[in-house]
Design a protein around this ligand. Structure first.
Ligand code: DUC
Ligand code: ZN
Ligand code: ZN
Length: 509
């Protein structure tokens, strides 16, 4: 058999180890065929020389908002997925968002799918944002989503008037998800605490963008996270709390994990690198803080960043996603919705930051690939777990995405060799490929960048020659299987309950 591609002279990183130089990857028909020494080339084999650099799996970014109806000025599928591959991410999971008035998920998925089809440089799939969980949807449509459409995860909001669910809704959905093996993502912030504070801030004329960070204090995330964990414990459901930013909330997760509850956690680059001072106005632009408005908000102190880095290193976080949620800054339908008759109103600013392209480089730059052991924040296998292997497994792509193993899709990032001075040293808007007019990471230091991105055996990004080489029609829709529970187990009896007590009331499917 002749390989289509052989990648040689690189250090292959898996979620458990770094293979020594000499190991090569043979690719056939878009899949990894084998890993071995001195693989034979044929006349048609493309040989890619990694020049001694690290090779990691193509990034799997499981939290990306693209072309959502409620964020009209953000990225299209074309610009967002282009940005993904230029940053080493080969798989993106985006959201199909149900409106309160939608009584069926099927047309919603169709609409979102039509927007993405033939428009993506990266492979892609969808989660559902669920805002109207009718009995029909839970009982009839969830099985269709899971078994026919390959949509095996939902995101639930505990805050935002147009989206928030009651605790009872959350419980009913968790029960259905548990029965079907769907992954349940939760946005955990206490809605009433936030509403009370916003009201008071506005009454006192405190409406500049910075007050967004005051309006959503850590305690709102802490309380909602603990509540989400308690609800999940009651019904024995695995959950993933997304975009975590608070030490106490993360401690709640860690304690739950220590009790073997299946509680997973996600954090994002902005909570590791950026502080709330970014929301303050500058003399040149009093509204520029809007560029850093996201929820949960950026936190105030350097110690807040440190606390989250700890969760990266000690295993509490299961996944590291971008939460790419783009809105243009200088656009009346984007961040400037928060300028009402010229007056800043933080509560009207669309939430979210772009970051699909910068996610991998930011984390890799803090790993042992780029820093001496005493300074490195994480090992290379941990980098791979967080950015590729775990999200692939959690979202039903295990066996196909997220690992460099025979039979898996041939998706890779080849980095610059450690000694190279070709990689950029700081992030700038100019170097990025998204459709947004700014990056919240402007000027943040990086130490490496994906030199090549390879998707199913095709070089789709070559930073030194041609840049984006992939095509917008190349990305494939991923019908996902059921997600794996990576932490704890679902069968535990909640604290203080008798064995079998739950069976006395838990609905049977
Ligand atoms: N939640 C997200 O997941 N992304 C952006 C804003 C938000 O509230
Ligand atoms: Zn959210
Ligand atoms: Zn999000």
């Amino acid at each position: 058999m002749e390989f289509d591609m052989i990648i040689h002279n690189g250090l292959i990183v898996s979620d458990t180890t770094v293979l020594p130089l000499g190991n090569e990857i043979g690719v056939k028909n878009g899949k990894i065929s084998c890993i071995g020494m001195s693989l034979p080339s044929g006349p048609k084999t493309e040989r890619v020389d990694a020049e001694g650099a690290y090779i990691t799996p193509g990034g799997v970014d499981a939290h990306v908002h693209l072309a959502q109806t409620n964020a009209p000025t953000g990225d299209t599928w074309e610009t967002g997925s282009r940005s993904a591959i230029a940053g080493g991410t080969t798989t993106i999971l985006a959201f199909a968002s149900q409106k309160r008035t939608d009584t069926s998920l099927i047309p919603v998925l169709d609409d979102y799918y039509q927007k993405a089809r033939g428009q993506s440089y990266a492979d892609y799939g969808f989660h559902f944002i669920l805002t109207n969980p009718t009995r029909d949807i839970l009982q009839k449509e969830f099985p269709i989503m899971a078994n026919e459409k390959g949509v095996t995860s939902v995101k639930l909001y505990m805050t935002y008037e147009p989206m928030k669910l009651t605790d009872r809704d959350l419980l009913d959905i968790m029960i259905s998800c548990r029965a079907l093996g769907l992954t349940t993502m939760i946005h955990a912030e206490n809605s009433d605490m936030i509403a009370l504070i916003i009201e008071g801030l506005e009454r006192n004329g405190n409406t500049d963008p910075f007050y967004h960070a005051i309006a959503r204090p850590r305690i709102a995330e802490d309380e909602a996270s603990y509540r989400a964990i308690s609800l999940a414990e009651l019904v024995g459901a695995p959950i993933l709390i997304v975009h975590m930013s608070s030490k106490v909330a993360v401690e709640h997760v860690r304690h739950a994990q220590a009790r073997l509850l299946p509680i997973h956690a996600e954090t994002c680059p902005h909570y590791l690198f950026l502080l709330s001072e970014n929301l303050k106005s500058k003399p040149s632009d009093h509204f520029c803080g809007a560029m850093h408005v996201c929820s949960p908000p950026l936190r105030h102190r350097v110690e807040d960043l440190e606390d989250l880095w700890q969760g990266i290193a000690n295993g509490t976080f299961t996944v590291f996603s971008s939460d790419h949620a783009p809105s243009k800054y200088d656009h009346p339908g984007g961040k400037k919705l928060g300028l009402v008759n010229g007056i800043p109103m933080f509560s009207k600013i669309p939430n979210g930051l772009p970051g699909v392209e910068t996610r991998l480089a930011l984390l890799f730059s803090e790993s042992e690939a780029c820093l001496p052991p005493a300074e490195a924040r994480l090992s290379l296998p941990r980098f791979v777990q967080l950015t590729s292997t775990n999200p692939a497994k959690m979202y039903g792509l295990g066996g196909c995405k997220g690992s460099i193993l025979p039979g898996y899709d041939a998706d890779f990032v080849i980095w610059y060799p450690t000694s190279s001075d070709q990689a950029p040293t700081e992030i700038t808007q100019k170097m990025l490929h998204h459709g947004v007019d700014y990056t919240p990471f402007e000027g943040v230091k990086i130490r490496n960048w994906p030199r090549y991105t390879i998707l199913r055996g095709k070089v789709v990004w070559n930073r030194d020659s041609g840049k984006v080489l992939g095509e917008m029609t190349y990305g494939q829709y991923l019908k996902r299987g059921k997600g794996e529970v990576l932490v704890g187990k679902s069968s535990l009896t909640p604290r203080g309950m008798l064995d079998n007590e739950r069976d006395m009331w838990m609905p049977k499917r």
